[in-house]
Design a protein around this ligand. Structure first.
Ligand SMILES: Cc1cc2nc3c(=O)[nH]c(=O)nc-3n(C[C@H](O)[C@H](O)[C@H](O)COP(=O)(O)OP(=O)(O)OC[C@H]3O[C@@H](n4cnc5c(N)ncnc54)[C@H](O)[C@@H]3O)c2cc1C
Ligand SMILES: *[C@@H]1O[C@H](CO)[C@@H](O)[C@H](O)[C@H]1NC(C)=O
Ligand SMILES: *[C@@H]1O[C@H](CO)[C@@H](O)[C@H](O)[C@H]1NC(C)=O
Ligand SMILES: *[C@@H]1O[C@H](CO)[C@@H](O)[C@H](O)[C@H]1NC(C)=O
Ligand SMILES: *[C@@H]1O[C@H](CO)[C@@H](O)[C@H](O)[C@H]1NC(C)=O
Ligand SMILES: *[C@@H]1O[C@H](CO)[C@@H](O)[C@H](O)[C@H]1NC(C)=O
Ligand SMILES: *[C@@H]1O[C@H](CO)[C@@H](O)[C@H](O)[C@H]1NC(C)=O
Length: 595
């Protein structure tokens, strides 16, 4: 970034709301006894901290391992999201070698910052299929997790806004399914890309499963529609900016401790019930390590995310006793499902080279990049004001592919897609970029993995095994996904682009299954959507970690509220469901303590 830009940045950025209650100095905390202690100031944790402090007699402490999001430029600028992985704001986890993927390891990004992964993610706002939630309800025996009962919580968290460009977005979404009264801003990019026209034409030419989807967030995401993103006037809207900033900063009953990691939740009573209302907290960063103990009067709520939540539970003696004993941890609560059933969407990107010469590549043109930055700094508009993806595709695999002779359809219902496609050209309207690309994610993966402890040291990363491609359905379905994408770009709409496969598919015979599988094993990764590692199950189930009210089974005073509680991965990106889960959890917690 040029010096001139940095100066403008300081001036314009200081106008952002400041959080008053946030500190990284434990000794400055005014209280030692809190009604609720929330572990992890991420997506779910920020929602809970906000909602529980609506009652001003409840004191809440939110403990976050990473730093504050305030003044973090790359987090604020949507177009710079890609810079946040493997930065100070990422835990930098790496999976163990994936045996079914030629032993490759994978980056497993996770927010290490206030707002958690919502402060570093790709800003996609997708709610998934109604039937995904109806399956949760069936699985847990709690109708409250059904789409009809969860939709009000999606709406409670959402604040629909217009894009900073002022573009008219009428017809690009269905207002019936949106709310202007929530906190997280949701919008449409408003930045035209050359590929918009091509994609619209291809949709008309193909129709069928590729039809225009009037709103991808209406509970029946099928077809291709305009992509919705968590952006407010060209700036990232995260759990931290939406739920902890602005008018909430002055709440005297909300205390946010950053740069502090909870190392254990601790047992505070053995009989007549097992209670876990304590936490051990360790300072991060430089200087000597200090450990502090705190107790919650009402509950400890673990919202550390799908990797750190099972890690913390296991470090605390909650998990599979035989695994804990091997590491020298005294088992306190027998819950073998902790860290099991890790699920994520396997995803790869297909690229095609344009055969035409009239292209422009913003990614390598520094003149353009300077213009974009200036546009963002002065007006919050331009390509940096949104992710460079304008359409989202939700596709079913065809009936006649042969796949269904071998496998049962794992989708939650006929309105749940199998494939999530993100088609885009890198260029700016009207000139296309040198590549046309489409991400392709399997929305209904059958493989499951694990999160285990590497050691008893809370600073050590957990052992993440996605188990990717361990179930034969997944790679088989992705191969059919490749065919869908090829069908899409083979329409007359794309003819004048003269596309030829590039990237990992360069020179690969797409009809040769063995060759395609080999590319998929080398080029597929996780989608940063880990779920299921502290899954909810019915009260009477012999497995699972939390009950449908998200209380840890067999324990009092301890709840888990984050993506880890999802029993089945929804078809879409996972932040919108986490917002809804946390909003509902806040109501359940209020209900439990206000009677
Ligand atoms: C790079 C990336 C891109 C993504 N893109 C999208 C997208 O475009 N759209 C979408 O919907 N979803 C996306 N996701 C997924 C989505 O952001 C997550 O599913 C969601 O934010 C998870 O919320 P959470 O509350 O479960 O966990 P998080 O938001 O990750 O919060 C967990 C918090 O706990 C903190 N923490 C962990 N351990 C401790 C501890 N011991 N003590 C104290 N604090 C602790 C962490 O630092 C973190 O702040 C993406 C995720 C990533 C990482
Ligand atoms: C993650 O890795 C990057 C690059 O190596 C490093 O700068 C950053 O500090 C790391 N993040 C954390 C939280 O340690
Ligand atoms: C993966 O690693 C295992 C154990 O080291 C080895 O036996 C196996 O041959 C490797 N597989 C591939 C495809 O390299
Ligand atoms: C994993 O999830 C499945 C389906 O929800 C369930 O049947 C199974 O018992 C779970 N396994 C564990 C170890 O929790
Ligand atoms: C970079 O972009 C500028 C502004 O659009 C354009 O004039 C120039 O030709 C581009 N340079 C290259 C190398 O494409
Ligand atoms: C900002 O917006 C104004 C008004 O539309 C416009 O005149 C100006 O060129 C824009 N500035 C930049 C840097 O894009
Ligand atoms: C969006 O941000 C720009 C630049 O800071 C500002 O001029 C404009 O008023 C903002 N618009 C809204 C709706 O807040």
């Amino acid at each position: 970034m040029h010096l001139f830009s940095i100066l403008i940045f300081c001036v314009s950025f200081s106008a952002f709301p400041v959080l008053a209650v946030i500190t990284d100095d434990f000794s400055k905390l005014p209280k030692r006894k809190y009604d609720f202690i929330i572990v992890g100031g991420g997506t779910a944790g920020s929602v809970l901290a906000n909602r529980l402090t609506e009652l001003n007699r409840w004191n809440v402490l939110l403990v976050e391992a990473g730093p504050s999001h305030e003044g973090v430029f790359d987090s604020a600028v949507p177009g710079f999201a890609g810079r946040l992985s493997r930065s100070l704001y990422d835990w930098n986890y790496t999976s163990i070698p994936q045996a079914s993927m030629n032993n490759r390891t994978q980056n497993a990004p996770r927010g290490h910052i206030l707002g958690g992964s919502s402060s570093i993610n790709g800003l996609a706002y997708t709610r998934s299929s109604a039937s995904d939630y109806d399956r949760w309800a069936l699985h847990t025996g709690d109708e409250g997790w059904s789409w009809n009962q969860l939709l009000p919580y999606f709406l409670k968290s959402e604040r629909w806004t217009r894009p900073s460009s002022g573009e008219d977005i009428t017809g690009k979404y269905d207002p019936k399914f949106h709310s202007a009264n929530g906190l997280v801003s949701v919008s449409i990019s408003g930045q035209p890309l050359a590929s918009d026209v091509k994609i619209a034409r291809a949709i008309e030419e193909l129709s069928g499963g590729f039809s225009f989807d009037p709103d991808p967030n209406d509970g029946t995401p099928l077809g291709i529609g305009w992509h919705q993103v968590t952006v407010l006037n060209g700036t990232r809207s995260s759990a931290a900016t939406a739920y902890l900033g602005g008018r909430f900063a002055s709440r005297k009953n909300l205390h946010v401790l950053v740069n502090h990691q909870v190392t254990r939740v601790t047992q505070t009573s053995h009989s007549p019930t097992v209670e876990f209302r304590g936490v051990s907290v360790m300072n991060q960063g430089g200087g000597p390590t200090h450990l502090f103990q705190l107790t919650a009067k009402k509950e400890v709520i673990v919202s550390a995310g799908s990797y750190a939540t099972p890690q913390l539970l296991m470090l605390s003696g909650i998990g599979d006793p035989s695994e804990l004993i091997k590491l020298g941890i005294q088992p306190l609560v027998n819950l073998p499902s902790v860290g099991k059933n890790l699920s994520d969407h396997p995803r790869f990107t297909m690229s095609w080279q344009l055969g035409t010469s009239n292209v422009i590549d913003p990614a390598t043109n520094s003149t353009l990049q300077d213009e974009f930055l200036e546009q963002w700094l002065t007006n919050r508009t331009g390509p940096l004001s949104a992710p460079s993806l304008n359409q989202v595709g939700w596709l079913r695999l065809p009936e006649d592919s042969g796949l269904w002779d071998e496998f049962e359809d794992p989708a939650s219902g006929p309105n749940a897609p199998h494939i999530n496609a993100g088609p885009r050209g890198g260029g700016l309207y009207p000139l296309p970029g040198p590549l046309f690309q489409a991400t392709c994610a399997l929305t209904v993966p059958q493989s499951r993995g694990t999160v285990k402890l590497q050691s008893t040291n809370p600073r050590d990363h957990p052992l993440i095994d996605f188990g990717m491609f361990t179930h034969p359905f997944d790679i088989r379905a992705l191969r059919d996904g490749v065919r869908l994408l090829v069908k899409f770009v083979s329409t007359p709409a794309f003819a004048d682009y003269s596309l030829t496969p590039a990237g990992p598919f360069l020179g690969v015979d797409l009809d040769d299954d063995a060759a395609v599988y080999e590319v998929l094993r080398d080029a597929t990764s996780n989608n940063a959507h880990p779920v299921g590692t502290a899954a909810m199950s019915a009260r009477a189930a012999s497995y699972g970690v939390v009950d449908p009210d998200l209380k840890v089974k067999r324990v009092k005073g301890l709840r888990v509220v984050d993506a880890s509680i999802m029993p089945y991965i929804p078809v879409g990106h996972t932040q919108a469901p986490v917002y809804a889960i946390a909003e509902r959890a806040a109501d359940m917690i209020k209900g439990a303590w206000l009677t």
